[in-house]
Design a protein around this ligand. Sequence first.
Ligand SMILES: [Zn+2]
Length: 204
Amino acid sequence: MQGYIIDIKPVKDDDLIVSILTEHEVMTTYRFYGARHSNINLGYKIDFELENTRSTIPRLKDVIQLGFPWILDNEKMYCWQRYIKLFYPHLKDIEGIDAFYFYCLENLVHVMIKQNALRAICESYISLLEYEGRLHSDLECLICENIINEDVSLVRGFLPVHATCTHSKAFEINKMRDLFEKKKVINFNDEEVEYLWDILLQGL
Ligand SMILES: [Zn+2]
């Protein structure tokens, strides 16, 4: 089986509880310290086997790390790990996960070979919001429920609000339309992309 490690929790004696997003579910597995022969880290893609034990959590074994072309790029890896970590609270209690999430990450790994990490992640997140039906391209303000015709800002989940309703950073409306319709951040400067990134980090 293959999947992405989206959460790691240390337990007794240096053992780990490792949560893995596979094509169809989030698997919670137990990693014994003594069995640690291959590197395990948040965000890694791994090939693995599960072994059922008397415990309710299957044991993770035969782990092989599947590399990305940019795995040694610290900056990309850091952004990747912060993003992928958000998938755990977002998906952990859902039974039977649509393959969309796994392939969204597969695609992002590929896009990040060439594209700036923050830009690639923001664009990928927009497609996730669209998939979940949470992309508010009608640009109606969450606070006052009126349509936004000029300066627009965003809150958690990229929900649009009037910049004046939240006293937060204003974006040109056309830029935001482009983001929501074309799913591209090409018109956003680096500082604006970092602002989007900070909102994204509040949670998927
Ligand atoms: Zn408003």
